[in-house]
Design a protein around this ligand. Structure first.
Ligand SMILES: Cc1cc2nc3c(=O)[nH]c(=O)nc-3n(C[C@H](O)[C@H](O)[C@H](O)COP(=O)(O)OP(=O)(O)OC[C@H]3O[C@@H](n4cnc5c(N)ncnc54)[C@H](O)[C@@H]3O)c2cc1C
Length: 495
């Protein structure tokens, strides 16, 4: 594949922000041969305090699709982490190679991901901030702190919930103001507190010993009264006393941070040559542990599309499918998270609702439905009517190919599409797309099973996009195949 360099001086793509989303997007673009650079405010990849605590199954799968899941699996602990407002949802019977989540702190996730991005040779302009941009018909001029600027064909704002890119693009961020504020801290305490989790009218409160055996991890909520800015030890002491009647002699904080249940989503993920992904596009309360996961999955949806448009092999309109597919996914996460936030509180009525939800989620079909939703395994892009696989994630089948046994996800490692012919070898001819879409003849004798839906009929051929979602499934003679190839991978080459 020809490398894609910028048509102007600079880069084909500049990414503002090298958190989980920006790093994943940079990796996707670099794999596709696109000249990409990150501008990141932080000096290194250190994450202050604890943010995300783990990965859901679909995120592990997308990393597996790039051949890097093992790096994360060996650094974390596979566990059943899917839950609905703390109500456990076991996915060990799900039809995936990874029927579990991974307990792994965000600082380790970012460190490992940054290692991969560095191997791919992506430059990161560190200790630089994007301060503004202007876009015109041929590109974007990205202004940096220090007075310099970069020129790019596209700019992607992966710069977190307070995204400057979103604000500078005047993209609306509608949603709901906070109703609760939570302090999260690592501290020392003179008295040993009662460990554990408790719920009250404000939400969930937690005290737990940290690994060093000396410090305590605290999450304590306070009614939201317009708090802004950095919280202090005094704020923490006051919140502890309000919940436990004592602050346990809290002192010597390593860090104290505040987060709220503000719930907002960008009204548009794209404005011309500027796109948004991750927290820049959607923010919500952390209950359910979705933010990092859907940010990484935004990046995997956007990366290959942006690469093809930057390369000129697909029209600009392909980028509109990014908003069309990912906006509804985050909108559903926001709704589910608001429902979970309501359940973090305690009152006789909410406790009764929580018990009812627990009973419901103990039943098989509701458990499967919600567990697939929380683990991201049920994501279904609306690509119209057709085979049940259409728009869903491709299962990681064990295939027999002319070059020997191969997993489907291994075929996706280079972030290129895959057309699988499971029928008569040589029975598919896609010559006009042969330069872009590798065709593999394969045999598969096992069951085709999807989370929640169960077993589906085996298709004779499947077209898989680089993000692992099925673009077409059917019979080789199906006239929808050339349409799908043109829609997703550009017009046919002149013969
Ligand atoms: C307490 C807490 C617990 C959480 N728990 C979970 C969980 O269990 N599971 C989960 O999936 N998610 C969780 N999250 C959410 C998760 O941390 C975020 O969703 C995730 O970090 C989003 O990644 P991102 O890359 O989109 O944004 P960020 O992580 O915010 O990264 C943005 C990056 O952009 C940089 N930046 C910002 N502005 C500029 C600029 N102008 N120029 C250059 N660089 C800039 C920042 O330095 C940063 O590196 C939690 C969050 C909190 C607060």
């Amino acid at each position: 594949m020809e490398p894609v360099t910028a048509t102007n001086t600079g880069h084909a793509v500049v990414i503002a922000g090298g958190g989980p989303t920006g790093l994943m997007l940079a990796g996707e673009l670099a794999l596709a041969g696109v000249d990409v650079a990150i501008v990141e405010r932080r000096a290194g990849q250190e994450v202050v305090g604890t943010r995300a605590r783990g990965l859901h199954a679909r995120t592990i799968e997308v990393l597996d699709q790039r051949g890097i899941a093992g790096r994360f699996l060996s650094a974390g602990q596979p566990v059943q982490i899917a839950s609905f407002s703390g109500i456990r949802l076991d996915i060990s019977d799900f039809p995936t190679r990874h029927p579990y989540g991974l307990a792994l702190l965000q600082k380790h996730f970012e460190r490992i991901l940054a290692g991969w991005v560095s191997e791919l040779g992506v430059p990161i302009h560190r200790q630089r901030e994007v301060t503004g941009f202007t876009q015109d018909a041929t590109g974007v001029t990205v202004e940096l702190s220090g007075g310099q600027s970069l020129r790019a064909d596209f700019l992607v704002g992966c710069d977190g919930g307070r995204s400057l890119i979103r604000r500078a693009a005047s993209i609306d961020f509608p949603g709901w103001d906070p109703s609760v504020s939570s302090l999260i801290a690592e501290v020392e305490m003179s008295e040993e507190p009662g460990w554990g989790i408790r719920r009250d009218g404000n939400g969930t409160q937690a005290l737990g010993p940290l690994d060093d055996g000396k410090r305590v991890g605290v999450v304590v909520s306070e009614p939201y009264a317009g708090q802004t800015g950095e919280p202090t030890l005094r704020d923490l002491s006051r919140a502890l006393i309000a919940v436990w009647g004592t602050d346990f002699g809290v002192h010597n904080p390593t860090w104290i941070s505040r987060f709220t249940d503000m719930t907002r989503q960008a009204s548009s993920y794209r404005q011309g040559r500027v796109l948004l992904a991750g927290d820049a596009a959607h923010v919500h309360y952390p209950v359910g542990g979705q933010g990092l996961n859907i940010g990484v999955q935004d990046a995997v949806n956007l990366g290959w599309k942006l690469a093809q448009v930057a390369r000129g092999s697909s029209p600009d309109s392909l980028l509109d499918t990014y908003h069309a597919e990912r906006h509804p996914v985050a909108a559903r996460v926001l709704r589910t998270t608001m429902a979970q936030t309501a359940l973090t509180r305690s009152s006789p009525q909410t406790d009764a609702l929580r018990d009812t939800m627990s009973e419901l989620l103990a039943m098989d079909q509701p458990r499967k439905t919600f567990a697939a939703r929380m683990s991201g395994l049920d994501i279904h892009y609306d690509l119209g009517a057709g085979h049940p696989l259409l728009g869903r994630r491709m299962p990681d089948l064990d295939l027999i190919t002319p070059s020997g046994p191969q997993r489907v996800y291994t075929l996706l490692h280079r972030a290129r599409p895959v057309l699988l012919n499971l029928g008569e070898p040589g029975g598919l001819d896609i010559t006009p797309w042969a330069d872009r879409v590798p065709l593999t003849d394969a045999k598969y004798a096992g069951r085709w099973e999807l989370p929640v839906l169960g077993e589906v009929t085996a298709p004779a051929a499947v077209l898989i996009r680089p993000d692992g979602h099925v673009a077409w499934a059917g019979d080789p003679a199906d006239l929808a195949l050339p349409d799908a190839l043109a829609t997703w991978f550009g017009p046919p080459a002149a013969g």
